[in-house]
Write a protein that binds this ligand. Sequence first.
Ligand code: ZN
Ligand code: ZN
Length: 278
Amino acid sequence: MRNIAPYEIYAIRYGTHAARRAHENFIGGDPHDDAPMPLDYFLWAIVGRDRVFVVDTGFDETMGRRRGREFLFAPDETLRAVGVDPGAVEDVIITHLHYDHCGNHDLFPRARYHLQEREMQYATGRCMCHAPLRGAFEADDVVAMVRRVHAGRVAFHDGDAELAPGVSVHHVGGHTMGLQVVRVWTQRGWVVVASDASHLYANMEQGRPFPIVYSVAEMLEGHARAYALADSANHVVPGHDPEVTRRYPAARRGLEDRAVRLDLAPSVPREPARPGAR
Ligand SMILES: [Zn+2]
Ligand SMILES: [Zn+2]
């Protein structure tokens, strides 16, 4: 691996759901557990010497209002602030098609979109007849992806795929049928951008799945897979945990609350997790 040039990874925080309650974040959460447990919303940029990958595209202000989420910072502005020009991005990886991961349809006009085949099947097939399964999807997002397919702008993957030396996608399913995580070679080793394979550190560390789920079994296996793909528990980055912005160094001064570097070590390491041990 030593001959692969390491990538930088930026977590771009663009939204929050401050009113979230703890019991809403776990299957079987006790309704009396009413303590605040906010979710943050992120997309990610993987920046190499000569290639850039954006992971997920977030939602916009209108969608945030509609969904009762607070839209904090325009992701395209933050991307520019860390040196990524959205108009020049050629590869976007979509972890899954939930509204908070694939909006802002026109932000990356030159990009090819990398998606698991099973995610498209899920978002356009019979599972969407069930309200609990389609709740986090927006038909317009799915239609936008269908249009990209017909414009020749989607690269479908089935399982694991290397997109470049040091950047690969891995199907884990669970949260949705076709959820994929992204593994990246960095100066501190293999980092896994887990997206919604684990919303919060607590989901994967305690083996307590998030309640929006296609398959609980796959979701639990997905926690283990994310750990297995990474160099340590400190190399797995959950998709919605406000701790991420607190634990990782800012991309630069002034961006502390909106862009942090995941290729650098966290200031407060996680306790080593033992997936499957509970
Ligand atoms: Zn999701
Ligand atoms: Zn999400």
